[in-house]
Structures are given as structure tokens and as C-alpha cells.
Ligand binder design. Structure first.
Ligand SMILES: Cc1cc2nc3c(=O)[nH]c(=O)nc-3n(C[C@H](O)[C@H](O)[C@H](O)COP(=O)(O)OP(=O)(O)OC[C@H]3O[C@@H](n4cnc5c(N)ncnc54)[C@H](O)[C@@H]3O)c2cc1C
Length: 529
């Protein structure tokens, strides 16, 4: 990628989270199509949503709108070297399509193929309209339906849909650009700058000096991977992250699958990992000192006794105040031990023409700088959401069961766990949406609207202290102090609430289906017959 192109891209990076409010072009002559349910997004959660909808309610009509030209969302967008899951695929994979490969920590391309294969096997791909970006959605209480304004293709041709239920599976970040902090003299640097969210296809870093800025999941993946061919990789971090090693191949899961062939073995492997990750999280919160000690011991053993763990691998916060990073087979630790990767913990004073000057006075020289500095969180795929023409500020709304929003009828969104695999929660949400739709159908109900109770105390919805979450606090919905408004980030509690808990609740206000002109005349015709 030419420097000029990089510089142009750099200037366009937004530095704050945005809930975009792009206006739809004039839509005077736009044809409108109606579907019972529209799913926005064909990533991991959109495919799960459609699978459950079409399986549980096969007589309904569905459409999936996907802004990009392909399936897979995150797993199609991110193309940086070494991209992989950082949670195990037995739980990141779908319950209805158990992961069968031997590697539990799987490469990104394998995950993408898995999503594509699942969509094709269940005929879901045929329901996706690609290149269609939902721009706004307005609920009409009179018509008891959503109207979605969508732009189609590169020319942004206006398209309009209506639906009775809107299921947002649009992920949690802005696809157009990742987050890049504002650094002094960033533009002075003459080498190549790359953000992992927009990885240039043919970036050549063989034999080059690389700096990876960041210490999150992307940085710890990139550093050892790039070090395979780079002359050296420096991981430059402001502060350390908890990093622990785990085998990429899950020996116990593979044993279970071998011992109990078929569904049973894969189910056991999945439950083993669900329970293990819950235990690890629970222990981290209850006995942080013990977990800190274990992580420290593991890192020291793999990197070697001379490495300064206190400075580079000992965060000031408790385990799980921010997401922890997993390195499969200790690849990062091995690369540090071999000298191919080094960690520098310091602050950036400014960029120079050839590298970075640090606050300590030290200079790092580089041919390539990777800004693994995170995402810009974005809800609702940047869509403007309105109810009867009034725009909803989701930052002021309260999340109901972690899937609906106060005062917004017939809208659910898929938002996964921050402390376990995303898909675990997304599938529970999809199943609960199916139960809600069945409940409403049976009783002739047209809408369900969560209404908040004035006695609730509001809390931040995510208790992570990660930069991308803190930057987004103003626009993230809040959670309440008790169920069903409270988010426990706990799979077993959510099974009880979403899978087996009652659908109706005093906080959920239902409205009867209005008789349309067509239905009224059909009834009259039936009577007179
Ligand atoms: C690099 C990376 C690695 C990750 N690794 C893990 C992991 O190991 N484990 C884990 O649990 N989580 C992980 N995550 C979180 C990850 O995003 C989720 O696991 C999961 O892939 C999200 O799936 P999704 O379908 O909800 O959203 P996405 O994958 O973001 O898909 C959303 C889809 O919606 C489409 N869309 C958005 N807005 C619109 C619109 N307005 N109109 C039309 N279409 C729209 C997008 O184009 C996209 O295709 C990772 C995230 C990243 C960025």
C-alpha cells in the first residue's frame, strides 16, 4: 500500500464511537416489500438467528440484509496475519452445528468456512440480500410494523422494507474504520502504517522492523505471527494485559469426541468448555490473587526467568476488569524467549520520521507500524432507530433481558458475552425471540414493548474497563439493578431466563393486533357466506 493511500486512510479514521445517522436518499418512488422478520447482518449471530427462526417458525417470511458482499461479518472483514479465535470453537461455534475440527482455537479462515458451510447447509444463504445497508428503521404504532430504509449496492440505490419484527445482528463495532488515537506528529512518520481492521492484501514485512502498538487480543496474535518473517517485532504497550497460554488443540475435548462419537461427544466437549470458562471467570473475580499468581507463573515458565514480568505482564487492574488474552501454545511467550519479539511498556511522546519517540526518551525505529489500538464500538450497525418518528437515543434506554430496549417495540439485538464466547448468548437470544414470537402469534398480539419501572437503579451495561467500552459509555444502553433488566454475563443464569423463563413479564407491554381493512372485509365475507 502506498504511503499516500495510508495517509489518506489515516485522516479518515474517526476517533470516537459513533451511532451514525446517515440519511437515506429521497425515497419517493421506492417499492416496499414486507417480511414477518428482518434480520440485519449475516455474521456469526445473523446466521444463528435465521437458523432458529426458520426452524421454530417455518411458516413465517424472513429476509437477511447484509451490508457487505459476503457472509461472515468479523471473520470475513479481518484479514491480518494469524487471525484466529481467542475463545474455543466448541463454544464459539453453534450448538446446532457443533465444531468438529481438532483445533479448538481456530484460524480465522476456518471459522469463516464454518459459517459459510452452516449457512449453505441450512439454506440460509438464499435468504440474504448482499450489498444492502440498513440506514434507518421507524416503528409505526398505527401500522404495527417497522419500515426500514436501506441503500443497495455501490450506487446506494434506495430500497424500502417493512417487517413486523426487527432482529439486529449487526455486531458491535463500526466496520468502516478501527480506532486510532490522536498522536503527536503521526503524519511525520514515513514508513508504512496499517490498522488491523484494514489489512492491505499484499503487505510485505519480510525482513523489516515492525512495531505493533497495543496489548489486546489482536496485538498478541500479530506479534508472534509477524515475527516469523520480520527482522524483529516490538510490541509497544502503554500498560500490560493478562496473557495466558492454552493448547490450540483441546486434548480432553478430542478424547471426549473419540470416546463418544457423534453428537454426545461434541456436546460433552462443549459443556466441558462452558463450565471450565465459567469456573475460570468466577475464580478470577473471587480469588484474583490466586489467578494473578497462576498467570504469572505460567508466563515466567515459558518466557524464562530473566524476563521482567512485573513491568510487562502485570496489569494494575484485577483479572477480567478487562478482557484477558489467550495465546495458543504460548506462541507469544516462545517468540519473546527466542528474541524475535520484545515488549516495550512506555508511552508515546510523538512520532518521528523513522519511528516513535517514547516518554522515557527512548526511540523505537520501524519500517512498519501496526496500530492494533482497537475498534470503534457502534450499536445497531449505525442505523437511526425511531419510534413513531421520534429518534431513540439508545444510550438512554435500558436493556431488557440483554436483548430488547425500553420503549422500543418488536426489536431484539444479538449481543454476546464479554467473558465467554459471543455465540453462547446469541443463540439464547435467538431462541427467546422465537418463543416471544410464538407467544404473540398464539394470542393475536402485534407488539411487545419493554417498559421500565421507575424504581430501577441504572448501571453501566458492561462492567469491562477496556478502552473501547469506556469510549462508548455514552451510547451503550444501561442495565437495571435487577432481572430482567440486569445483565449477569452468566450462561447458566441466562439459560434459566431466556431458554426456560416465562416469556411474558410485567415489564413487557403487549398490544393486540389491529384489524386491517383486508382482514375486516375477509371477516365480513365469511359472515355473509
Ligand atoms: C478480531 C476479532 C476476533 C474476535 N474473536 C472472538 C473470539 O474468539 N470469541 C468471541 O467470543 N468473540 C470474538 N470476537 C467478537 C466477535 O465479533 C464475535 O464473536 C462475533 O463474530 C460477532 O458476530 P456478529 O454476527 O454478532 O457480528 P459481526 O461479525 O460484526 O457481523 C455483523 C454483520 O452485520 C453487518 N451489518 C452491520 N451493520 C449493518 C447495516 N446497517 N446494514 C446491513 N448489514 C449490517 C456487517 O456487515 C456484518 O456482516 C472477535 C472480534 C474481533 C474483531
Amino acid at each position: 500500500m502506498s504511503r499516500r493511500l495510508v495517509a489518506r486512510r489515516r485522516r479518515t479514521y474517526p476517533t470516537h464511537m459513533s451511532v451514525a445517522t446517515t440519511e437515506h436518499p429521497a425515497t419517493a418512488e421506492v417499492r416496499t416489500e414486507h417480511f414477518d422478520t428482518i434480520v440485519v447482518g449475516a455474521g456469526l449471530s445473523g446466521i444463528a438467528a435465521e437458523y432458529h427462526l426458520q426452524t421454530q417458525l417455518p411458516n413465517k417470511s424472513y429476509l437477511i440484509i447484509e451490508g457487505r458482499e459476503s457472509i461472515g461479518g468479523t471473520w470475513d472483514l479481518f484479514r491480518y496475519p494469524g487471525i484466529r479465535s481467542d475463545s474455543d470453537m466448541y463454544t464459539l461455534g453453534y450448538q446446532f452445528a457443533p465444531w468438529s475440527a481438532s483445533k479448538a482455537i481456530a484460524p480465522g479462515p476456518d471459522i469463516l468456512n464454518y459459517i459459510r458451510d452452516t449457512a449453505s447447509k441450512h439454506g440460509i444463504d438464499a435468504k440474504i440480500r448482499f450489498g444492502q445497508r440498513a440506514v434507518s428503521a421507524n416503528w409505526s404504532s398505527t401500522d404495527q410494523r417497522w419500515t426500514l430504509d436501506v441503500t443497495s449496492g455501490p450506487d446506494k440505490v434506495p430500497v424500502r422494507y417493512t417487517c413486523s419484527f426487527l432482529f439486529m445482528c449487526s455486531g458491535y463495532y463500526n466496520y468502516s474504520a478501527g480506532y486510532t488515537p490522536e498522536w503527536t506528529d503521526f503524519d511525520r512518520y514515513r514508513g508504512t502504517i496499517v490498522h488491523p481492521q484494514q489489512w492491505p492484501e499484499h503487505l510485505d514485512y519480510a525482513g523489516k522492523r515492525v512495531i505493533v502498538i497495543g496489548s489486546g487480543a489482536t496485538a498478541v496474535t500479530l506479534a508472534p505471527e509477524m515475527a516469523r518473517v520480520a527482522s524483529h517485532v516490538t510490541m509497544l504497550q502503554r500498560s500490560p494485559t493478562y496473557i495466558f497460554s492454552r493448547a490450540a488443540e483441546d486434548v480432553a475435548a478430542n478424547w471426549l469426541k473419540e470416546k463418544f462419537p457423534g453428537k454426545l461427544g461434541r456436546g460433552l466437549a462443549r459443556w466441558k468448555n462452558i463450565l471450565l470458562s465459567m469456573t475460570f471467570y468466577g475464580l478470577s473475580r473471587k480469588r484474583p490473587e490466586l489467578i494473578k499468581k497462576l498467570i504469572r507463573k505460567g508466563a515466567q515458565r515459558q518466557i524464562g526467568p530473566d524476563f521482567d514480568i512485573d513491568t510487562h505482564l502485570t496489569p494494575t487492574y484485577a483479572p477480567w476488569d478487562q478482557r484477558m488474552c489467550l495465546v495458543p501454545d504460548g506462541d507469544l511467550f516462545k517468540a519473546i524467549r527466542s528474541g524475535a519479539v520484545s515488549i516495550v511498556t512506555d508511552h508515546i511522546e510523538r512520532f518521528t520520521e523513522t519511528g516513535i519517540l517514547l516518554k522515557s526518551g527512548k526511540t523505537l525505529e520501524a519500517d512498519v507500524i501496526v496500530t492494533a489500538t482497537g475498534l470503534n464500538m457502534q450499536l445497531m450497525g449505525g442505523m437511526k432507530i425511531a419510534v413513531d418518528g421520534d429518534t431513540i437515543d439508545l444510550g438512554k434506554s435500558l436493556s431488557y433481558k440483554g436483548m430488547m430496549y425500553s420503549d422500543v417495540p418488536n426489536l431484539a439485538s444479538s449481543f454476546g458475552y464479554t467473558n465467554a464466547s459471543w455465540t453462547l448468548k446469541c443463540e439464547l437470544i435467538a431462541k427467546h425471540v422465537c418463543r416471544l414470537l410464538k407467544y404473540m402469534d398464539k394470542r393475536g398480539l402485534a407488539s411487545a414493548t419493554p417498559r421500565r419501572d421507575a424504581s430501577l437503579t441504572e448501571e453501566a451495561s458492561l462492567d469491562l474497563q477496556s478502552g473501547y467500552v469506556l469510549r462508548a459509555q455514552g451510547v451503550l444502553p444501561k442495565q437495571g439493578s435487577r432481572q430482567p433488566w440486569k445483565l449477569y454475563q452468566n450462561y447458566l443464569r441466562d439459560i434459566a431466563l431466556l431458554r426456560y423463563g416465562k416469556v411474558p413479564h410485567s415489564a413487557l407491554e403487549f398490544a393486540k393486533r389491529k384489524r386491517t381493512k383486508k382482514a375486516r372485509s375477509a371477516k365480513l365475507a365469511r359472515r355473509s357466506a
